[in-house]
Design a protein around this ligand. Structure first.
Ligand SMILES: [Zn+2]
Length: 342
């Protein structure tokens, strides 16, 4: 293929796109936060469309129950417990080698989010929880980075573009962050793969308008779709009367929260994440040798997995761990202390 842009011929022919648009896209960086259902669809479309640099972040690994709706992953990824960011990056490089892919197997939190977003032209929401979304909102407002919010549940989905300083931010749109357990999760309410594809398509299309510098063509407002009933609505959004702590007052409560070691129950999954602060790097091979004989151990360059006493402990090189088979933080910490160290 002599002309590297030839592969994009069918989109370059679209009105107002052309080689110039394609070259503009190739000069841009997009960050995808979360590589689950929405994030993997989003990343696939952005890579195929030829966005210059894609930064992927996800804390989790591929599991069998992801496969019905998470593009980019296959049975081998689930069998081997490959981190989603690693599996996604591998697949995306095979799809489009012209795109620079940067993958991060990390928990997106107050410590990591600003470094992750540095240099981004925009951010896309592939997260599965409100804490990460509200944190990304604060970071994007603080640094003036446009971002696209998206969420799915059941057969229903939402999407909105947030332009700091121009549109209402997520805090303006949705109010204070819902407390854990207040909003049903995909584990409780289920989720249909096709609504994921639809909301990802909405997010990606708005992202392309932003990256092509065609802001006047953005949909605007909050888009709500139900792929089963066929309802499709767009509500205009405007800033409320009351001042928003994030985009009016510049108070970044999640971003500025003092950080200690954290333990988070991964909602609805029967799992707990343990995140030591500061990070405590773990030599996975050495740990595997110590654990041999105590339970079933699988180790690769990305993670160590120990099946023991009906629980599954997955440890990452930065010391972070996910304990499956319990939603009790104390039990998870105890298991971590016994087998990894405190
Ligand atoms: Zn706001």
């Amino acid at each position: 293929m002599s002309d590297p842009l030839e592969r994009y011929s069918r989109q370059m022919v679209l009105p107002g796109w052309g080689r110039e648009g394609q070259e503009r896209l190739a000069s841009k960086t997009a960050v995808v936060v979360g590589c689950g259902a929405l994030g993997s669809h989003i990343a696939a479309h952005l890579a195929r469309a030829g966005v210059g640099r894609l930064v992927l972040a996800d804390r989790d690994f591929v599991e069998w129950h992801n496969l019905p709706r998470q593009a980019l992953y296959d049975e081998a990824d689930a069998a081997n417990g490959v981190p989603k960011a690693v599996a996604a990056a591998r697949r995306l490089r095979a799809i489009n080698s012209l795109v620079e892919i940067e993958e991060h197997v990390i928990d997106v939190n107050a410590d990591t989010v600003e470094g992750l977003l540095a240099g981004a032209d925009m951010v896309l929401d592939g997260a599965d929880n409100f804490e990460v979304r509200y944190l990304v909102n604060e970071a994007c407002v603080k640094h003036g980075i446009p971002w696209v919010y998206g969420g799915v549940l059941g057969t229903y989905g939402l999407s909105a573009v947030i332009l700091p300083g121009e549109t209402p931010c997520l805090r303006c749109l949705l109010g204070p962050m819902p407390p854990p357990g207040a909003v049903p999760t995909c584990e409780m309410a289920g989720v249909l793969g096709s609504v994921v594809a639809l909301v990802a398509a909405l997010e990606v299309t708005e992202a392309l308008k932003l990256l092509l510098d065609r802001r006047d063509e953005l949909l605007g407002g909050l888009v709500m779709v139900d792929v089963w009933s066929g309802d499709f609505e767009r509500a205009q959004t405007q800033k409320g009367q009351a001042a928003c702590p994030v985009c009016d007052e510049g108070r970044y409560e999640l971003l500025d929260a003092a950080r200690g070691s954290t333990t988070a129950v991964l909602c609805g999954r029967g799992a707990v994440q343990i995140n030591p602060h500061p990070a405590q790097p773990v030599n996975l091979k050495a740990l595997a040798a110590r654990l041999a004989g105590l339970g079933e151990v699988v180790v690769n360059e990305y993670l160590l997995r120990l099946d023991v006493e009906g629980r599954q402990l997955t440890v990452f090189p930065d010391g972070r761990a996910i304990v499956k088979g319990t939603d009790d933080p104390a039990q998870a910490r105890a298991l971590y202390a016994r087998f990894v160290g405190s």
